[in-house]
Structure formats: C-alpha cells, structure tokens
Design a binder for this molecule. Structure first.
Ligand SMILES: NC(=O)c1ccc[n+]([C@@H]2O[C@H](COP(=O)([O-])OP(=O)(O)OC[C@H]3O[C@@H](n4cnc5c(N)ncnc54)[C@H](OP(=O)(O)O)[C@@H]3O)[C@@H](O)[C@H]2O)c1
Length: 272
C-alpha cells in the first residue's frame, strides 16, 4: 500500500462518512452513489485503482462530496489491515460500513481451483468479519452507526455449483442477524441485504448473463433498498418480490426438495 493509493484524503466535518468495499462497480458502486446522493462522504475500497478513480471522479463531480479511494485486495490480511490502518491514520470516524465486496466462483467443488475456494472465504467471510470487528467499536463509542452486509438469496439454501459461495453467504446472514440482536438499543444497527440476481459483472463472470431480463434486478434498485433498510435498521432485507418468494419457498419446503430443485436450477443457469 503506497500513499498515492489515496487519491483524495480531504475529510468533511459536516458529512457522515461511509466505507464501501467493492465500491468501484456493480452493486457497491450503486450503493456508494446512493450514499453520495444522501450527502455522505465515501471511502471506496477495491483492487483496481483505475476503477476506483473513475467512480470517485464521477461521485465528486456529480454530488460534490469527498471521496477517498483505497486500492486494497481484501482476499489478503494485508489488504484488510490497510483499510483499518487508513481509517486510523486519517482519524476517520465511519458512520456507515458497507461490506459489499464479494466473490462467486461456479463449478463442481472437487475440481475447483484451491485459490478460487480460499479467496471466496477470505473476501466474503474473513474480510467482512474483520472489518466489522475493526470499525464497530468506534461506532459504539459514538453511539451511532449503520452496518450493511451483502449476502444474497443464496444465503437461504445450499446451491450446487456455487457451494462455497452460497455457504459463505449463509455465514453472512447468520453473523449479521446475531450482530443485529447484540446491537439492540446501542444506536448502531446491522442489516444483511439479500438481493436476487442483479445485472453486474459478477453475472457475466459466472456466464449467467443470458438469463431473462425479468429475472434480473438493477444495481440502482438494490441500492435503493439498501439505503431504506439501513435507515430503518432492519436486520434482514430481501430485495424484490421474486427473491422474497424464493427465500420463503426455501424456508418452508423439505430440505431434500430445496437441495434438489436448487441443483436443477443451478445446472440450467450456470451449466456447471
Ligand atoms: N450480482 C448478483 O447477482 C448478486 C446477487 C446477490 C448478492 N450479490 C453480492 O453483492 C456483492 C456485490 O456483487 P456485484 O455483483 O456488484 O459484484 P461485481 O460486479 O463483481 O463487483 C465486485 C466489486 O468488488 C471488488 N472486489 C472484488 N474482489 C475484491 C477483492 N479481493 N478485494 C477488494 N475488492 C474486491 C471489485 O473491484 P476490483 O475487481 O477492482 O477489486 C468490485 O468493485 C457481492 O458480495 C455479491 O456476492 C450479488
């Protein structure tokens, strides 16, 4: 991590600050934009400095907010430490933490690359947990804060072909629900956001971007729900009717049926 990774370090006294991981594109970029619209300064984290700079420039010019862009790989302990180090070094006091960065690798578990397996756990589980652990105490001391963790409808069922990803999101769901209870009456809330299938690069990377349009959500719709759920301090928000139906179905059917149907749908959608 070098000093020039921070492209703007001006800190506003007036605006609350939001830390958004994976804030350079996709759902994270849309949530960062929504927070900018709601007059927040933002600290964006992702690996690509160019991607961060492009979104930071757009947020500054459209919304007139302060943006810090920090290039860090959250699949590594150093990357996670760099984010917490930057917050400490600049004496930042985040009011909002959005743990959005996440990875999904499809295919049969037995033949998947070891690196793909571990990086999903490192980003989806480890980085999310450590960043929350690092930032939450300051929020509690100030008596205010909003934590938003990205899961997905995959959190509600096992998904053959996305076994590690879905299991990691089940962790995010359970962790955030437990946290939201621990934080009751503290002034800090924890919300887990569960979008359905959303039109982002992740979908193309999975080879699933041929799905019918009516099945897909727009990142801006997900971001609108994210803001609303955070404001209300909801423990769990499932975005949209289709995903709500999927989650309810998975909850009430026998687990054997859920596994089987999930495998059939997944084979069709991901061709794993
Ligand atoms: N798309 C969907 O259908 C969907 C549905 C439900 C839930 N979700 C969840 O929503 C979140 C965002 O998904 P998305 O579809 O917007 O993903 P995306 O389009 O692939 O964007 C991922 C973002 O995370 C950053 N990122 C990836 N790996 C990183 C790493 N190792 N360290 C730091 N940053 C990293 C990326 O920037 P760099 O590549 O520059 O690092 C990018 O900003 C994820 O947690 C995902 O599981 C997505």
């Amino acid at each position: 991590m070098s000093p020039h990774d921070v492209s703007s370090s001006s800190k506003s006294k007036a605006r609350p600050l939001a830390v958004v991981t994976g804030g350079s594109r996709g759902i994270g970029a849309a949530i960062a934009e929504r927070l900018a619209l709601e007059n927040h300064d933002v600290l964006l984290v992702a690996r690509s400095q160019a991607g961060l700079d492009a979104h930071a420039h757009s947020l500054r010019s459209v919304y007139g907010i302060n943006v810090i862009s920090l290039a860090a790989d959250l699949a590594t302990g150093e990357g996670v430490a760099a984010v917490l180090g930057q917050i400490a070094e600049l004496k930042l006091e985040p009011d909002v933490l959005v743990n959005n960065a996440g990875l999904a690798a499809s295919g049969r578990f037995a033949v998947s690359y070891r690196q793909a397996v571990t990086s999903q756990l490192d980003v989806n589980v480890r980085a999310l947990t450590v960043l929350t652990h690092g930032i939450l105490p300051g929020m509690l001391a100030r008596g205010r804060g909003r934590i938003l963790n990205l899961a997905g409808v995959t959190a509600f069922q096992p998904v053959p072909g996305l076994a590690v990803h879905a299991a990691s999101k089940a962790y995010v769901l359970s962790f955030t629900e437990a946290l939201s209870e621990e934080l009751r009456n503290s002034g800090v809330t924890a919300t887990v956001l569960c979008p359905g299938i959303t039109r982002t690069d992740m979908l193309s990377d999975l080879g699933a971007d041929e799905l019918p349009r009516y099945m897909l959500q727009a990142p801006s719709e997900v971001a609108r729900d994210a803001w609303e759920a955070m404001q209300k301090g909801e423990p769990v928000r499932i975005t949209g009717f289709g995903p709500q139906l999927t989650a309810a179905w998975a909850k009430w059917q026998p687990r054997s049926l859920v596994r089987y149907v999930s495998g059939v749908v997944s084979r069709f959608a991901l061709n794993y």
